[in-house]
Ligand binder design. Sequence first.
Ligand SMILES: [Zn+2]
Length: 207
Amino acid sequence: MIERIFENNKKWVSEKLAIDEDYFSKLSEGQHPEFLYIGCSDSRVTAEEMMGLHPGEVFIHRNIANMVNSVDLSVMAVINYAVRHLKVNHIVVCGHYYCGGIKAAMQPADLGILNPWLRNIRDVYRLHKEELNNITDEDKRYNRLIELNVQEQCINLIKTAAIQQAYKERGIMVHGWVFDVHSGELIDLKIDFKKELETIMEIYRLE
Ligand SMILES: [Zn+2]
C-alpha cells in the first residue's frame, strides 16, 4: 500500500514533466492562490480534484465538519495568512452531504475529545432549532443542518478582523458551498454575503 504511493508519485512527476519540463521549478517560485478553501477532512471530499484546480491555485484548510472556530489557532492562522499575506480574493466554506461530523453532533453520545468540537455544531442546531425541528424527515433535517452549518461558518469568517478589513480594501468575497457525495455535484448555497455582513456588523465590527 505505502509502496504504491511512492510509485504513484514517480509516475505523477514524470507525467507533469512530460507536459512542462519546468513545472516544478515554476511551482517552487512561490504561490499566488486566488482561493482559500475550508472544507471537511472526509476522505471522499477532495478539494482541488472536484474543483478542477491545480497545485498553486487554492490554499486549503480541512477539519472535521469544516468549522471556523475563533479559538482554533490552526484555522485562524490559515485565514490570517491567506487573507493578509497571500491576499486571496475568495474564501469558500465547503460542507458536504453525508458528513459524519454533523451526524455525530445530531446524536446523543459522549465522544471524548470530539465533544467540544461537535458542540459548535450543536450550537448551530440551537440557533436554527425552530426550522430544523419542523423538518420531520430525518435525512432532510440532516442535510439542512449541513447547509446551515456552512452558513454559520461563513458568518464566523465575517466576524474576523482580517476579512472585515480585506472586504473594505479589496472586496474579498465569502462563499458557502455543499458537495453532494452521492452525485459528485458542487452546489452553491448562494449566501448573500453583503447582506450577512451588514446584519452582523452591528455587533461584530472590529475595525
Ligand atoms: Zn464531513
